[in-house]
Design a protein around this ligand. Structure first.
Ligand SMILES: [Zn+2]
Length: 149
């Protein structure tokens, strides 16, 4: 089997990366937000269950934390990364299952985690352009809200 993508390849880097949950039901929404909402075509993707949750100091995500730190440092060094976007989403299974949290506390922890994750990313990369968003699911729609970090 062979398949040729109809999308043209552009080799120019945008020097931005986004860290978000690998939940495939939201992949296109994250792309839409980053590419249209934040005007970041071709941004580098760092995805794993829970996304930035692994950078907030939970012992349950210690292994993932090391992996993502390595990946970010690689992107800074090789891709000349300048900007990092962190996104959490409502109803994230990582928080529900791995951290055993329920609403309304779940969202509060996610928001606090975005602040912690932003500080941590700054510490391990020395980057200053770090921003965070919460993707809210409501009646079949996904709304991205800025979170102060
Ligand atoms: Zn998730």
């Amino acid at each position: 089997m062979q398949y040729e993508s109809r999308l043209r390849y552009d080799s120019a880097r945008i020097h931005a990366a986004a860290i978000y949950c690998s939940d495939g039901r939201l992949g296109e929404h994250f792309d839409d937000f980053l590419q249209q909402g934040l005007s970041l075509p071709r941004y580098d993707r760092v995805t794993l269950p829970g996304g930035p949750a692994c950078l907030a100091g939970h012992p349950q995500a210690h292994l993932e934390e090391q992996g993502v730190v390595d990946e970010l440092q690689f992107l800074v060094e090789v891709h000349k990364l300048k900007r990092v976007v962190l996104i959490a989403h409502s109803g994230c299974a990582f928080y529900g299952n791995r951290l055993e949290l329920k609403e309304p506390r779940l969202e509060l922890v996610q928001r606090a985690d975005l602040v912690r994750a932003a500080a941590f990313v700054h510490r391990v990369t020395s980057l200053n352009a770090i921003e965070a968003y919460f993707a809210r699911l409501e009646e079949g729609r996904v709304r991205f809200e800025a979170v102060e970090v």
